[in-house]
Design a protein. Sequence first.
Length: 356
Amino acid sequence: MSALKILTVVGTRPQFIKSAVVSRAISEHNIFHPMGTVEEEKVHTGQHYDEMLSRVFFEELKIPPPEVNLNVGSGSHGEVTGAMLAGIEKQISAREPDLVLVYGDSNSTLAGALAAAKMHVPVGHVEAGLRSLNRKMPENINRILTDHLSDYLFCPSRLSKIRLAREGITRGVHVVGDVMYDAVLHYRDKAIRPERQKPFALASLHRAENTDAPERLRRILSAMGHSPVPVILPLHPRTRKAIEREGITVNRRLEIMEPLSYLSMLGHLEGCAFVMTDSGGLQKEAYFLGKKCIIVRDETEWTELVECGANRVVGTEESAIRGAFSWVMEPLQHTSRPYGRGNAGKRIIRHLEEAL
């Protein structure tokens, strides 16, 4: 039997983590199914190129580095997506995969799906069916287009499958669970805990809707400064530039640091009192580790966590953020398990092998 050839396209920190889960599932599959092996090659678009947002993740997660890095870097959405599209097309032509696998909602996701679809190569989308209902959000546009281009749609929850059906997408849809839950379960024992005894909150802030809007950014940072416990804020390069550009003064209760590695981020998550973020992935990781989360956005894709009382969407008004502090300090009561049982990676490979 010939091997199933997968070309994986990644470009951002969350995608490195998600792809590590599937890569590990491929390795395990090949050990137990030597007559039906799966070959994977990775293309890194270079969307995240900062040392702490890129290379360190491959080293820390013990996954092979990508076969090629397109080194696209920064630029406008059109510039970087176009450059990625051209580079990925060349890699598809050279490597002739049976499937192109993409993750999440970044420009790398859309470029990978679009390149494959135009070259008549099947597309698999991990984390399909999410919607923020905000058409101004670039990531939401990427998700919609990628889902409609994909042949195999791997949903993290039943709700994401329902959303796809509402858009007329019913073929090739599989509810497999969330690969980030797989990652948390696998790497939790290796987490690097911070050396601090006093309570603290963990925050992240990187969405363009917040970093590129000075007043929103000021309000969020000001509110964080009134947290009931000190706040640790590993700062994304985009956010740091915005703070410096606008001359924003940061409250002393915010401890700003460089971006954390994945294992350090897990350790801080386990040790924190609660989370404040505009990130999608951190919302879920907080829930997986039993922490409540204040979402400083106007909406979220992960509505299951709002419905079960784990997360609260508060927007960016300072009074609303500060008003959530009493709620967030109360213990989280787990009431559901909406994202599977931690075997999403294995289920994805099984579905692909059966289909292809």
